[in-house]
Design a protein around this ligand. Structure first.
Ligand code: URA
Length: 436
């Protein structure tokens, strides 16, 4: 078999066999197929697409390219959740404890952020002493003991995806539905859950800007899950503006804690309840969204969900006084308001621009090796539909003196991100569709 023949075959619109996909993935990850041939193949996939069978084959080849996690020593149905990247997305930190309190084990491996989207692991590290690295046995034991553990991806999971993703990143082939679907699902499958809830974001801050593309991506991922025997559902949720008001690691932990206290932003609470409901249904603890929501609300209102977060923080070495008193979390030395230049109603907020503003203040990584400032970020004061008067604050920048030079850019990006109109825009749904 030769890579050039497989590139030509896909270029001409034909379907590759399971063996041919295996040859490409194995050859590339082992270094026999060079970057330029794999890049050419990725571009042919970008234009020609892949069948459901080819996408499932690519997924399984990447899933088995490195370590896979066997969660069978954890009792119960393990349900994983994955969000396809967003700004201000702290859903795992809110819904993980809610789901665990309702009796579905949460054995979660999360990633770090790169660029304008934050990673759950970085956010949790804003809690003093919190360790995101647990030995496998300790990880399993903690989930069996308290129902939840959230750790970073360890070892050598899905190295073929890692290598291909880095190549796609520099060859304009990231935004291909079969390539995104197989990349996401390969990691979920290697992480070992029995069932998967996908939170596919749609809108200005998401990979998929239109609802049609988001539904196509969701369908591709659900189909992969079904083909490989992992029950999968996808919720299409709004990322046309950041979720909640806080963007930045410590700021987001604070907002997550507020939400677990029942005092968080309505959009964040609602999205978490919907995603968590589907986790409960797949985990066999409820038979309808209404029933699941009622169970979750009970755990939220009783304080049990917040208690679960505290137990997890304590078990992973973190300082629970920062959960009891979130003002003890890292705080930036400087806070500057960004003021509206005109009056009206907030019509749009470019989520990606807000994410980049937080990044230039130190909250995110521009490259893999950048060090992040846990206290830095952006706190929104206005969301879509809110009235605003010229001179009122749209947002507050949080930064430390070392990132002072980012202030001007952050301010400009925030002013540019907010669209202000004379009339109140219609309310956008938070969740657009469910794909099963
Ligand atoms: N996230 C992933 O893990 N992979 C992609 O291809 C895109 C987003």
């Amino acid at each position: 078999m030769r890579a050039v023949d497989l590139i030509r075959k896909k270029r001409d619109g034909q379907e590759l066999t399971t063996e041919e996909i295996s040859f490409l993935v194995r050859g590339y990850s082992e270094g026999q197929i060079p970057d330029y041939q794999m890049a050419a193949w990725a571009m042919t996939v970008f234009y020609r697409g892949m069948s459901a069978r080819e996408t499932a084959d690519l997924t399984m080849q990447m899933a088995s390219s490195g370590d896979t996690i066997d969660l069978s020593s954890i009792h119960g149905i393990k349900v994983d959740k994955h969000s396809t990247g967003g700004v201000g997305d702290k859903t795992t930190i809110v819904l993980g404890p809610m789901v665990a309190a309702a009796g579905v084990p949460v054995a979660k491996m999360s990633g770090r952020g790169l660029g304008h989207t934050g990673g759950t692991i970085d956010k949790l590290e804003a809690i003093r002493g919190f360790s995101v690295e647990l030995a496998k046995e300790q990880f399993f034991r903690q989930v069996n003991d308290i129902g939840i553990a959230v750790v970073g991806q360890s070892g050598n999971m899905t190295p073929a995806d890692k290598k291909l993703y880095a190549l796609r990143d520099v060859t304009a082939t990231v935004d291909s539905i079969p390539l995104i679907a197989s990349s996401v699902m390969s990691k979920k499958i290697a992480a070992g859950a029995d069932a998967i809830v996908l939170d596919v974001k749609t809108g200005s801050g998401a990979f998929m800007k239109t609802l049609e593309d988001s539904i196509r991506l969701a369908k591709a991922m659900v189909e992969i899950g079904t083909q490989v025997g992992r029950q999968t559902v996808a919720v299409i949720s709004d990322m046309d503006q950041p979720l909640g008001y806080a963007i930045g690691n410590a700021l987001e932990i604070r907002e997550a804690v507020d939400t677990l206290r029942g005092e968080g932003p309505a959009d964040l609470e609602e999205v978490c309840l919907i995603l968590a409901s589907h986790m409960l249904i797949l985990g066999g603890k409820a038979s309808s969204e209404e029933e699941a929501k009622a169970i979750l609300l009970e755990h939220l209102r009783s304080g049990e969900a917040l208690e679960k977060l505290k137990k997890m923080v304590a078990a992973q070495g973190g300082d629970t006084t920062q959960i009891d008193n979130p003002e003890l979390l890292p705080q930036a030395e400087i806070q500057v308001e960004v003021l509206a230049e005109r009056s009206g109603f907030i019509e749009s907020i470019q989520a990606e621009e807000i994410g980049i503003a937080a990044m230039v203040l130190g909250a995110g990584r521009e490259t893999k090796d950048s060090k992040i400032d846990l206290a830095a970020g952006v706190e929104l004061r206005k969301k879509i539909g809110d009235p605003v008067v010229a001179g009122e604050a749209l947002a507050v920048l949080h930064f430390n003196p070392e990132h002072r030079e980012g202030k001007g850019e952050a301010e400009q990006r925030i002013l540019g991100a907010y669209g202000i109109s004379e009339t109140k825009p219609p309310k956008r749904p938070l969740v657009f569709a469910l794909v099963t």
